[in-house]
Design a protein around this ligand. Structure first.
Ligand SMILES: Cc1cc2nc3c(=O)[nH]c(=O)nc-3n(C[C@H](O)[C@H](O)[C@H](O)COP(=O)(O)OP(=O)(O)OC[C@H]3O[C@@H](n4cnc5c(N)ncnc54)[C@H](O)[C@@H]3O)c2cc1C
Length: 698
């Protein structure tokens, strides 16, 4: 055992002076007894036992190459091409100090270079191979997050709206120009007065029967399109979301058909001048992402041909008749927004990319940096401090967890794009909303923790945390505000819950609720609540059971509360009364899905040493999350006091063990120094200080 190694949980004396030997003896007796009393829990899996034997006490040997191979996925090559291209073009790298206007121009040159010089054409993959598209997006975002977002606006938002909301005529007309950047475009949904509430949009598109055109109007300042990426400087087109108004022959004279999307040219193709009737202003300098030109737009009777309606879900004929395969405004609205989930998938995926960079820098620096030490002994690395391990090791574990969870999301999304299966559509919608919200919120907090964990040198802009934090912050808001998205997850869970009681089926991601609803409505088992052995705590059955138990209980209790409050407050008021409860439910469900996917990834890993490393990291993820919410588990007696203590001790011990292989674990993310770019986070520790001093001019 190393000098600072904490002792594992089953050999310590606890704060009450009771040796764990006593606890263990009691527990063993209870466990023997419980063999007869444990009808609903499975025994540890054979693979758990195998993994525990190699992931247990001995220091794990991690083969970084093997682990990296397992992690990298099939599109690492195209990512490498992105990295190589920008590495070979130093003039395209974003300097640390740069003005807003220069940054915007550079960002455009970066995107043009990628598409026209490096020959990386992401657009075709948006629909044909989304996994490849997201891999390119992640790599591009690690070059400069502004570039990732600018590319996302061009291809996922502007391009994606044309492909997903339009029909063949739109694809034929616009595909090439979007692909080769001749048609830079925008996605104009948000207005000054309405962001999250898209149904509240007020821009109007009126059909002019005589001229066979739509007329786009901004009725008042509240309806100014706001924050529209690519519009302040570069965009030539915008997909504008507006209420479709059609003439009728009744007394009302017009009828509101709900929000639809229209292609509106905003700048002249040759002169690049803003077109008549369109007014564009700059949203100005932002907290981050200043390489993206966000603008605000007003439309004054802008006329566009009828063909510019993106008509996949609703069309207007020459004689002004409306047709749609979907029966109501709400259904059409849901279908329209449903096609846009790709943006969320991309953000969740890219957010993990940002988290990887931050964790790599913080861990490498924490291994290198030495402060204090035992009397008359050399100083120790700051990662030898328990507090530093506590800050960074569960974060490293979470990064692995999110890596596998977002890969799963991308798989499901790709499957959905092929099959259009209705259940899968709902499933992916909720999963993308939940993972986007959960992962981006986590990454944002992690960036601040990493900065602080690296002390003063973490504050130097060259070491990246400040820039990453500023650029990433808005990931929590755009493509759906996180608090709003989590409510969609909760709503979907409640819908599944109600359907279950009406004899319906549950989709794959949620089918654990089928079992859990039956077994978890009863009280927790008082015997297993006391089990504290390491093999039990590291058993994926126990871990998943704990996560699922919590979600099921939250779901059941919030369903009851909603029913109760809706009698007096109505459904809107009841929802608001239970809002925090609903958000906790959504987060709990997402944590459960993340753990389940991580456990699958451990089991599927073919290389034994990598499997053991992943098992260790997965256990830390699971136990750390349980410990974070230990109050809930204790409140319902799912976990007895002795078990709570054992969970805490074991997670500290696992943090220590992960620390021992943390260098290998961050190296396995396989991000070269010219991508992470922070001098203090160089892969070869001996280079770190010298790079840093050189940067300062020594
Ligand atoms: C840099 C940047 C780039 C952008 N790019 C684009 C773009 O290219 N195209 C585009 O159309 N839009 C774009 N947006 C707009 C973005 O999508 C919106 O800002 C986002 O949807 C949130 O809307 P909002 O700003 O109106 O926030 P609001 O909806 O006003 O939210 C404000 C606060 O209220 C809370 N809140 C709102 N509703 C609820 C509720 N029901 N329950 C509980 N809490 C609630 C939220 O949690 C949040 O904390 C961009 C924004 C930024 C900042």
């Amino acid at each position: 055992m190393e000098p600072h190694e904490p002792k594992p949980s089953n050999s310590t004396t606890d704060e009450d002076g009771l040796s764990d030997h006593n606890h263990a003896a009691v527990t063993r007796r209870i466990e023997r007894l419980s063999l007869h009393l444990r009808p609903t829990r499975d025994p540890p899996h054979a693979d758990t036992l195998e993994l525990l034997s190699c992931a247990g006490r001995a220091k794990i040997e991690v083969n970084t190459e093997q682990l990296s191979l397992y992690m990298r996925g099939k599109y690492r090559d195209v990512q490498q091409s992105v990295y190589d291209y920008f590495n070979s073009r130093p003039e395209l790298q974003t300097p640390i100090e740069i003005s807003k206007d220069e940054h915007r121009e550079l960002c455009m040159r970066q995107l043009m270079g990628l598409v026209r010089e490096a020959g990386i054409r992401p657009f075709r993959y948006v629909v044909d191979d989304p996994a490849k598209y997201f891999a390119i997006l992640e790599a591009v975002g690690s070059v400069d997050m502004s570039l990732g977002i600018k590319m996302g606006v061009q291809y996922s938002l502007w391009g994606g709206s044309v492909l997903n909301l339009g029909t063949k005529k739109h694809k034929d007309k616009y595909f090439e120009g979007i692909d080769n950047m001749e048609y830079p475009g925008c996605f104009a949904m948000t207005e000054l007065h309405h962001g999250s509430n898209v149904q509240g949009l007020r821009t109007i598109a009126t059909f002019d029967l005589m001229k066979d055109e739509f007329i786009i109007n901004t009725p008042d300042d509240g309806a100014l399109k706001w924050w529209i990426g690519n519009s302040a400087v570069h965009g030539k087109f915008a997909t504008v979301f507006a209420k479709l108004v059609l003439p009728t022959h009744d007394t009302k004279g017009v009828s509101d058909m709900g929000v639809h999307a229209f292609i509106v040219p905003i700048r002249d193709m040759k002169t690049h001048k803003v077109l008549p009737g369109v007014e564009i202003h700059d949203c100005g300098h932002k907290v981050g992402l200043n390489g993206v030109d966000n603008g605000a737009l007003r439309f004054k009777s802008v006329r566009i041909p009828r063909d510019n309606l993106l008509n996949r879900f609703g069309d207007v004929s020459r004689d002004g008749k409306y047709t749609s395969s979907l029966p109501s405004i709400n259904k059409r609205f849901a279908a329209t927004l449903g096609e846009l989930v790709g943006g969320r998938v991309g953000l969740a995926y890219s957010s993990v990319g940002v988290l990887k960079i931050a964790v790599i820098i913080a861990v490498r620096y924490s291994l290198l940096r030495q402060q204090f030490g035992p009397p008359k002994k050399p100083e120790i690395s700051i990662l030898d401090y328990q507090s530093q391990q506590h800050k960074l090791m569960p974060m490293l574990a979470s990064t692995y967890a999110f890596h596998f969870a977002t890969l799963h999301l991308v798989d499901r999304y790709s499957e959905m794009k092929k099959s259009h299966d209705e259940q899968l559509v709902g499933d992916v919608h909720a999963l993308s909303a939940g993972l986007k919200a959960y992962v981006t919120s986590y990454t944002q907090k992690a960036l601040s923790i990493c900065r602080e964990a690296c002390g003063g040198h973490g504050y130097a802009a060259v070491n990246r945390f400040g820039g990453l934090r500023n650029d990433h912050d808005i990931f929590q808001t755009f493509e759906g505000d996180n608090t709003v998205l989590l409510q969609q997850v909760a709503g979907y869970l409640l819908k599944q819950y109600q359907e279950k009681f009406q004899g319906g089926t549950l989709t794959v991601t949620w089918n654990y609720l089928r079992d859990s609803m039956n077994s978890y409505l009863s009280q927790p088992n008082p015997v297993t609540a006391r089990w504290e052995g390491e093999d039990h705590l590291r058993d994926p059955n126990f871990q998943l059971d704990a996560f699922r138990y919590r979600t099921s209980r939250l779901l059941q209790s919030v369903a009851l509360r909603l029913r109760k409050h809706s009698k007096t407050l109505g459904s809107f008021g009841a929802w608001n009364r239970c809002l925090n409860h609903l958000l906790t439910l959504a987060e709990s469900h997402i944590e459960t899905v993340v753990l389940a996917k991580f456990i699958d990834a451990v089991r599927s890993c073919p290389d034994p040493s990598s499997r053991a490393a992943l098992k260790l990291v997965c256990d830390l993820y699971a136990l750390d999350r349980i410990w974070n919410d230990i109050g809930t588990y204790r409140n319902v007696d799912y976990v007895a006091p002795n078990k709570a203590k054992a969970i805490h001790k074991l997670s500290e011990y696992l943090s220590f063990q992960v620390k021992n292989v943390s260098k290998e674990l961050v190296d396995a993310f396989d991000l070269p120094d010219y991508v992470t770019r922070a001098p203090i986070g160089m892969q070869a520790a001996q280079d770190a200080y010298s790079q840093y001093t050189q940067y300062a001019g020594f």
